[in-house]
Write a protein that binds this ligand. Structure first.
Ligand code: OSB
Ligand code: MG
Length: 375
């Protein structure tokens, strides 16, 4: 694969307002602060990445501010010192002695993958080994004020063509809410729940009560960094457990499988340190018969491009949290915007690089801080 000679890295923080607030068990967000990474090669080719860290550490420990610090203090200097590099080697370079900060590492690493695709004149999806021309799309619906409000959203999502409905839950807004969804969306469509670590093993009866709903899976019911208690829970639950927060690298994916902590993985490249680690988790799961799907972090059109490319790989057999741009934003920062047809997002396999153009003037307008690094 291409060796890249990086000349310039620009970090930007843009502010982008979600059309509506998004509530999970541990917090709510509407005004997103998003870190974008732009990397330029000696040739003039450019690659874009997006850091998925939020403003507050209620999902994993990272935030946009810790990621900005990690990039400027440790990761960019490390990249510049290393000289010409291939995308597959970037995470190893970072991981040698820098612990954690996966979202910061991933933002840079993914920009380098996009750059490699641009430089090689191939679609990122193809560079990663993608085989699909379209990816099945699910919707992730935040916690609503009542079962009726949630049921209405679910009914609307089904009408729009979504192939999976994921509902955020927490103790108290679970069984009755999900029953309302099942009732309004019908028996045909796959329904799942995501607890974002809102339960403990003391809630086991409450979780078992969900078994009769026939959910596709329940995502991350227990602690954000746990594997052992999830294994305990899975033994007593018919519904498959899907892990999100707990899977931070390929080793944790293997541990999950060997311990029986879950049967499905939500792969988010930002959470695991980028696309290379995502490919390894994908390959491991494929070899061991575990389905995977691509999660989302309320990304702009840039992060979405990376997710679409990743989700085009063969073992992404379940619909991902990859909604079209218009579900999130009044105006996305890429053109064309991401759209959905019949519950699928098309993979731009014939366009080199990310497959969408970054709307530079809009990005400039939304920028609240920027920092440039020259090698
Ligand atoms: O747990 O999957 C999650 C958003 C922010 C933090 C955590 C999660 C989510 C989502 C959003 O579910 C999915 C999307 O981007 O549509
Ligand atoms: Mg999740």
């Amino acid at each position: 694969m291409t060796v890249l000679d990086i000349k310039r890295i620009t970090l930007r923080e843009i502010h982008l307002r979600l059309r509506e607030p998004f509530r999970i068990s541990s917090g709510v967000v509407q005004d997103r602060r998003i870190m974008l990474i732009e990397i330029e090669e000696k040739s003039g080719a450019v690659g874009w990445g997006e850091c998925v860290a939020g403003e507050f550490p209620n999902y994993t420990p990272e935030t946009i501010d810790t990621a900005w610090f990690a990039c400027t203090q440790w990761l960019i200097p490390r990249l510049f010192a290393a000289g010409p590099i291939q995308p597959e080697a970037v995470l190893g370079l970072f991981d040698a002695d820098i612990r954690g900060h996966n979202m910061a590492k991933a933002g840079l690493e993914m920009a380098i993958w996009a750059l490699a695709a641009e430089q090689d004149g191939v679609a990122l999806a193809r560079l990663l080994g993608g085989t699909r021309s379209k990816v099945a799309t699910g919707i992730s619906i935040g916690i609503q004020s009542s079962p009726q409000a949630l049921a209405e959203k679910a009914q609307q999502a089904r009408a729009e063509g979504y192939r999976k409905i994921k509902c955020k839950i927490k103790p108290g807004t679970d069984l009755v809410f999900l029953e309302a969804v099942r009732h309004s969306a019908g028996e045909e469509i796959g329904i799942m729940a995501d607890a974002n670590s809102a339960y403990t093993l003391e809630n086991i009866a409450q979780l078992q009560a969900l078994d009769d709903l026939g959910l596709m899976m329940i995502e991350q019911p227990l602690a954000w960094d746990d594997l052992r208690e999830h294994a305990e829970l899975q033994k007593q639950l018919r519904t498959p457990i899907c892990l999100d927060e707990s899977i931070t690298c390929p080793e944790r994916a293997r541990d999950m499988h060997m311990m029986g902590s879950g049967r499905i993985i939500n792969i988010k490249p930002g959470r695991v340190g980028g696309l290379y680690a995502s490919l390894q988790i994908h390959n491991y799961c494929r070899e061991h018969g575990l389905p995977v799907w691509c999660g989302g972090m309320l990304e702009s059109g840039i992060g979405r491009a990376h997710n679409v490319a990743l989700a085009s790989l063969p073992n992404f057999t379940l619909p991902g949290d990859i909604s079209p741009s218009a579900r999130y934003w009044a105006e996305d920062i890429v053109e064309p915007e991401w759209t959905m047809e019949n519950g699928f997002v098309a993979v731009p396999n014939d366009i080199p690089g990310l497959g969408v153009k970054v709307r530079r003037s809009l990005v400039e307008k939304l920028t609240h801080r920027a920092e440039e690094f020259l090698r």
